[in-house]
Design a binder for this molecule. Structure first.
Ligand SMILES: NC(=O)C1=CN([C@@H]2O[C@H](COP(=O)(O)OP(=O)(O)OC[C@H]3O[C@@H](n4cnc5c(N)ncnc54)[C@H](OP(=O)(O)O)[C@@H]3O)[C@@H](O)[C@H]2O)[C@@H](O)CC1
Ligand SMILES: Nc1ncnc2c1ncn2[C@@H]1O[C@H](COP(=O)(O)OP(=O)(O)O)[C@@H](O)[C@H]1O
Ligand SMILES: [K+]
Length: 492
């Protein structure tokens, strides 16, 4: 399956480009409507089905789907938002080809057990109102009976948000060519239910001409740095994690352990003198190094292959100086800056490099990049703008984590579970990113891999998850990803 995510504007360009390349939009609509009917027939037994059709081409897809369901003997009818004789273009033709029952959309129609929402798709231009809003509210709690065409009506395809909080929710959404931002960003992703991406015959070169640089996170986008048979721990990279002071050390140890599980050959916790005993007492495979002053932080930045600063680090003026010493070291390792490091630097005025990674959650992002947050229409645009501005990789955490590189590439992650919203979960992520960078991955890819693994851990662990578990389940997830030849070698 294509992992590209296209904007509504890019989808329109693909429609136009297809027509220019000899695939008429009416053919695309026919393929789209048939794909919807196919997806329904594959999942549901025949049952009374209402297809709610809107005034544009989304409605047109609905008329086509209704026709195919009728041909397959389904008890199906259309409920149209606007009189059939006011339809235009492809939608008019599609409606004319439907021979079944048709009603005006209202609450008085026959009772349906399945509803196909073909009211609005990419052309939604204002909030739902009138009968469309009534229908959305009526089916709001019955998403299990709704199949949405392209996107649940009311949801903006580029943002995943309902324009006035009113929208449909669906058990199945069938979209075309590629996912749109609304299929991966919350709340849209959750309102879509299962998502099917149907090929509707848009020529490959027309799609490729869009030069898409936005992807849904997936192992097909990257490859993990597996150790060679003769690997030495020094080649697998040295991660250093800066610890907070006395009684503020757990976060750094969580990060450090994730770095070790993530494959770093060596991991060191850099500890202020007052926390040295506390750290040493709780670490075994991970080393501890005392750091008294700015020179020690600069030195750590020089010798590490990746340096994590932030988890419970501290936010005093002295901490600010230590952080600046690490940032200013030359040459220095890539930095993974999280939590307190972001607080110390906010609003961000520093220029970083494409090897550095900032990992804010929304609250941290707003403080770090206030102007960018308020002027961006969605999380993808915001993260891309922040990465371009700070000239480094920016990873905006949440249920729909976005990772952006300064060159414009962006990835939206869709693995995960709400049980990851727990203390220390972000610290684990920071350590994992550093582990992958230390093994030679490009920072943008390392961040994407780490978020994917972190999300998979969340899915596998589910209820009861604590941050420590995320680290401990990594071997099982990594084993599943290991290439066959490595598995064969391991099994003798
Ligand atoms: N193009 C193609 O070849 C292909 C397209 N495909 C399909 O087409 C869909 C996009 O079609 P579309 O552009 O016609 O937009 P669509 O979502 O049907 O609605 C536009 C109409 O709704 C109106 N309107 C908007 N908001 C409203 C509101 N709140 N309340 C009331 N009215 C509202 C709006 O009015 P206007 O803003 O112009 O005043 C306009 O009349 C896409 O999602 C996919 O399903 C596939 O078949 C593949 C080939
Ligand atoms: N509802 C959710 N669904 C999936 N992942 C989530 C959700 N909420 C938070 N996460 C993930 O959990 C982690 C929390 O990180 P963070 O906010 O820094 O927490 P902490 O400061 O406790 O470490 C992030 O990786 C984030 O993407
Ligand atoms: K729809």
């Amino acid at each position: 399956m294509s992992r590209e995510i296209i904007t509504v504007e890019e989808m329109r360009a693909i429609d136009a480009g297809s027509a220019a390349a000899g695939v008429p939009t009416r053919t695309l609509m026919e393929n789209a409507g048939r794909a919807v009917a196919d997806a329904i027939v594959a999942r549901f037994k025949p049952r009374p089905t209402a297809v709610l059709c809107g005034p544009g081409n989304n409605g047109g897809d609905g008329w086509v789907a209704a026709r195919y369901l009728l041909e397959r003997g389904w008890p199906v009818w259309v409920e149209t938002l606007v009189p059939r004789d006011t339809l235009k273009g492809d939608a008019k033709d599609a409606a004319a080809a439907f021979t079944g029952e048709t009603y005006a959309l209202s609450r008085d129609n026959p009772r349906a057990e399945l509803v196909v929402d073909a009211l609005f798709g990419a052309g939604l231009s204002r909030p739902l109102e009138g009968e469309a809003a009534r229908a959305a509210n009526a089916f709001w709690k019955r998403a299990d009976r709704v199949v949405a065409i392209d996107v649940p009506s009311g949801i903006d395809g580029d943002t995943g948000m309902a324009l006035n909080e009113i929208s449909f929710g669906a058990a199945l959404t069938v979209t075309f060519v590629s996912k749109k931002p609304a299929h991966v960003l919350m709340p849209g992703r959750a309102l879509c239910g299962e998502i099917v991406v149907a090929d509707i015959g848009a020529p490959e070169d027309v799609v490729a001409a869009q030069k898409v640089s936005l992807f849904e996170n997936d192992p097909s986008l990257w490859s993990l740095p597996w150790p060679e048979p003769d690997a030495h721990k020094n080649e697998r990279g040295h991660v250093i994690v800066a610890s907070g002071g006395r009684a503020r050390t757990g976060a750094a140890r969580l990060s450090a352990r994730a770095a070790l599980r993530g494959g770093a050959g060596l991991v060191t916790v850099l500890s202020p003198p007052d926390a040295l005993d506390e750290n040493a007492a709780q670490l075994t495979a991970i080393m501890v190094r005392e750091a008294r002053d700015e020179a020690a932080y600069a030195q750590a930045a020089r010798i590490a292959r990746a340096l994590v600063i932030g988890p419970a680090f501290g936010t005093s003026d002295d901490h600010y100086k230590l952080l600046l010493a690490a940032i200013g070291a030359e040459p220095r390792a890539p930095l993974v800056l999280d939590a307190d490091a972001l607080t110390l630097l906010s609003p961000i005025t520093h220029g970083f490099t494409s090897r550095d990674v900032l990992t804010p959650h929304v609250g941290e992002f707003r403080r770090a990049f206030p102007g960018i947050w308020s002027s961006s229409s969605n999380r993808i645009d915001a993260t891309r703008a922040a990465a371009a501005y700070a000239r480094c990789v920016v990873l905006l955490k949440g249920p729909d984590t976005v990772i952006a590189a300064p060159d414009g590439r962006a990835i939206v992650n869709t693995t995960g579970s709400p049980f990851l919203a727990t203390a220390g979960s972000g610290d684990v992520l920071a350590g994992l990113i550093a582990a992958l960078i230390s093994q030679g991955m490009e920072s943008f890819e390392a961040a994407a891999v780490a978020v994917w693994l972190h999300g998979k851990a969340g899915e596998r662990l589910g209820p009861g998850l604590i941050a420590e578990d995320v680290t401990e389940i990594l071997p099982a997830i990594l084993n599943d990803l290991a290439p066959m030849d490595l598995k064969a070698a391991l099994n003798g």
